[in-house]
Write a protein that binds this ligand. Structure first.
Ligand code: AMP
Length: 320
């Protein structure tokens, strides 16, 4: 299918690349890496990578201002469903392509390339580049490496021989500046370090191995941390002894919702997240909860999933 995608890219002069709302580094990196690779290969094409982002990602390549173009090829990356695409669908889309690594939710593009086992959407863009005449340079290589590092949490997840083979080729052929990449991804304001301490101190843990915390708007204000950064803390709580699933629910007053970030190292959580206006991967999901009363329901569902998992496995996670 990479050939088919390449042929479509080659045949359109106007290309818009979009990804999911609530941008994260993998989505932003694969979006801008694909844009830059197409521009390097076909300098005369108009290629835009659009959508809203946050100041938190200022270290990543910049997005483009949206422009209305005719006869556009739309490429949607890292997004399984139409409603979560950061795009208003108000232009003349002549043809559309989806490239994603989430479990399939719905078909909404003319061709869809989904590689669920892929570590990241950035990995698929790298494979697309390596398997077609699309060009790559040091900047694009660094951008793609950043996306893979971010979604695998420095190769903690979904990292197999294929990923390491691709990374090896990337390092052999391009100058990857790992110090600069880790500085961008992991350097954070002291406020975030302090709220991480608050979460550690106040996390509640059930007897079934479910850990959860609610971050109200008052708490976010006290620590001067925005909803996105607070939710991102979820990635700093892997490997808590006896905990199978953990969740952070933060008040998002700007969007009038409660934002849930959920992670697991056992029970499947994306089906539960889907019940609360959410979704994601089996072990990493999120939700936009509409009613406050649903927060407790979500916590109960996740706790039950831990109980079922524990019963099924018949052992505690970290039992000696
Ligand atoms: P996060 O906790 O925001 O890093 O999200 C983890 C995963 O869940 C990512 O793959 C997101 O795309 C997905 N996700 C987060 N929020 C939602 C949502 N409201 N609906 C569907 N998927 C989501």
């Amino acid at each position: 299918m990479f050939d088919q995608i390449y042929e479509k890219i080659k045949s359109y002069d106007n290309i818009v690349i979009v990804r999911h709302i609530g941008a994260d580094p993998d989505a932003l990196c694969c979006q801008t890496a694909l844009r830059d690779s197409i521009k390097l290969t076909f300098p005369k094409k108009k290629v835009l990578a659009t959508g809203t982002t946050s100041n938190r990602f200022n270290y990543l390549p910049k997005l483009d201002k949206f422009e209305e173009l005719n006869d556009t090829l739309l490429i949607v990356v890292d997004t399984p469903d139409k409603k979560r695409v950061d795009f208003s669908w108000n232009i003349d889309v002549a043809y559309s392509i989806k490239i994603d690594h989430h479990p399939h939710m719905e078909t909404f593009c003319d061709i869809e390339y989904i590689e669920e086992e892929s570590s990241s959407a950035s990995q698929i863009i790298l494979e697309l580049i390596f398997n077609t005449p699309l060009k790559i340079n040091d900047d694009i290589a660094n951008n793609i490496y950043t996306g893979i590092i971010s979604d695998t949490n420095r190769f903690m997840f979904n990292s197999n021989s294929k990923v390491f083979g691709l990374i090896s080729k990337l390092f052999n052929e391009y100058a990857i500046d790992t110090s600069n990449i880790y500085e961008g991804l992991y350097n954070r304001p002291i406020n975030e370090v302090r709220i991480q301490g608050y979460i550690s101190q106040n996390l509640k843990i059930t007897e079934n191995g479910f850990a959860y915390i609610r971050l109200t708007n008052d708490i976010l204000n006290e620590f001067k941390v925005d909803v996105g950064s607070a939710g991102n803390m979820i990635n700093n709580f892997y490997y808590m002894e006896g905990v199978y699933v953990w969740a952070i629910v933060s008040d998002d007053i700007k969007n009038n919702i409660y934002k849930a970030n959920i992670r697991s190292r056992g029970p499947v959580i994306n089906k539960i997240a889907e019940k609360y206006n959410g979704g994601g991967h089996k072990m990493a999901s999120g939700a936009r909860i509409l009613e406050e009363s649903q927060i407790e329901m979500l916590f109960n569902d996740l706790d039950n999933a831990c109980k079922e998992y524990k019963d099924k496995m018949g052992v505690d996670l970290d039992e000696d």
